[in-house]
Write a protein that binds this ligand. Structure first.
Ligand code: HEM
Length: 397
């Protein structure tokens, strides 16, 4: 009997036994309560992300696909299908190519070192809250063209938006109030920039203000929804996954020592951490045309969820999938998704992850994690660790 429900307390606390059971017993699992299918096998998820029988236009988050919350009314590229998605996404692509992102390395390293300097003398800090989260927030603020203080205030509201209590299914009025506060402030900022005529820069807001999509200027709603998407994706996943990597390295001291001896292995360790504990736990689509997967008939209008984190633990794709092993060199993964919606922030995420880990290990090669203080996220969507205290011999930098 399958008792999987992404909103249940047990699944939020520990999804892995449920994912293993789904892959084994019901890889295409139908949940009547949500009129939605859950795909847990690597190959099925990968194939479905490129299949145009599914649509992103009715929403992609668990809240939208399972609880039928409406998607934003104005176009945002993460919730558009091809060919419409193309115009809205491609205006940002030049900032996110491997080369363009590589040029950000000195600035991101400087931000990281500036945060680390006062922490180094303490001999103890929280990798998530004191370091990775503020660095990621500053980086995405600059890319978006938002003042840092505004971005930090919005970042605090994003945390309120994602906060969940046991037994809570979907968002509460408090969560929604936090989201509303962000979009209201973003709308004010967008209008002020429109009125000032200041849109010559290469920040995301300037680019949106001067680039038409589908033959027309972007609406204010579209710019606000897109900035919101950049903020959420930019601040959440890298800090969670850097904290996850630190925890795994503390639990596998031999692997930590390999990285200290040869820092060129750090990118592999970060990738392994994204595979092992994927921060974007699950996202979905709606069925547009009838589809057949492993004999299951998916009907138009039904939801379909991609259990990314489960696909990345699929034993048919990864030998010893439940083991954290930085010597893996897997030819494929689902960490950044696949198909038209494949993560546009992949190179930036990898760069931030590498720099943060390089700098932590350079400062504190023998760090220990205070496991009693570690906290895991609690919610249906974002997974990982948002409190990760480490201890080390104090130094001055
Ligand atoms: C390093 C950790 C990261 C992971 C594991 C990750 C994961 C993902 C995944 C799985 C998707 C596919 C969503 C779907 O198919 O519905 C995605 C899309 C996306 N990611 Fe990332 N991401 C990361 C970093 C970032 C960063 C740093 C940014 C922003 C700067 C970002 C921005 C986005 C955006 C905007 C999309 C939507 C793309 C589209 O729909 O066309 N991601 N990400």
């Amino acid at each position: 009997m399958i008792e999987y429900d992404p909103f249940s307390d047990a699944v939020m606390r520990d999804p892995w036994p449920y994912y293993a059971q789904l892959r084994r017993e019901a890889p295409v699992f139908y949940h009547e309560k949500y009129d939605a299918w859950f795909l847990s096998k690597f190959e099925d998820i990968r194939a479905c992300t490129t299949n145009d029988v599914f649509t992103a236009e009715r929403g992609v988050t668990p809240e939208m696909v399972l609880l039928k919350a409406p998607p934003p009314p104005d176009p945002v590229f993460s919730m558009l299908d091809l060919p419409r998605q193309r115009d809205y996404r491609r205006m940002f692509v030049p900032r996110y190519t491997k080369n363009a992102v590589a040029a950000l390395e000195p600035a991101i390293r400087a931000k990281t070192r500036a945060r680390l300097r006062p922490l180094a003398e303490r001999g103890r800090f929280d990798v998530y809250r004191d370091l990775a989260d503020p660095v990621a927030t500053e980086v995405i603020a600059e890319l978006c063209g938002l003042p840092a203080d505004e971005a930090f205030a919005m970042r605090a509201q994003i945390a309120r938006y994602f906060g969940r209590q046991p037994g809570q299914i979907g968002t509460t009025p408090e969560n929604e109030a936090a989201r509303l506060a962000i979009v209201t402030r973003l709308a004010e900022i967008v209008v002020a920039r429109m009125e000032s005529g200041d849109h010559a820069g290469d920040d995301h807001l300037s680019v949106m203000l001067r680039t038409p999509a589908e033959g027309a200027p972007l609406s204010i709603g579209s710019m606000v929804a897109t900035l919101y998407t950049w903020l959420v994706t930019g601040v959440e996943v890298v800090p969670l996954s850097v904290a996850n990597t630190i925890l795994q390295l503390a639990r596998h001291p031999d692997q930590r020592r390999s990285l200290v001896a040869d820092p060129s292995l750090i990118p592999f360790a970060y990738d392994e951490s994204l595979r092992y504990d994927q921060p974007t736990n699950l996202l979905g689509r709606f069925v547009k045309e009838p589809a057949l997967i492993r004999g299951a008939k998916l009907e138009p209008g039904q939801g379909v969820m991609f259990l990314w984190a489960s696909g990345n633990r699929d034993e048919e794709e990864f030998a010893r999938a439940d083991e954290f092993d930085i010597t893996r060199r897997p030819p494929r993964s689902l960490s950044f998704g696949h198909g038209a919606h494949k993560c546009i922030g992949e190179h930036l995420g990898r760069l931030e992850g590498r720099i943060l880990l390089e700098e932590i290990l350079a400062l504190a090669p023998e760090f220990a994690v205070d496991e009693a203080g570690v906290r895991r996220t609690y919610g249906e969507f974002l997974h990982g660790h948002h409190v990760m205290p480490i201890e080390f011999t104090p130094r001055s930098l």
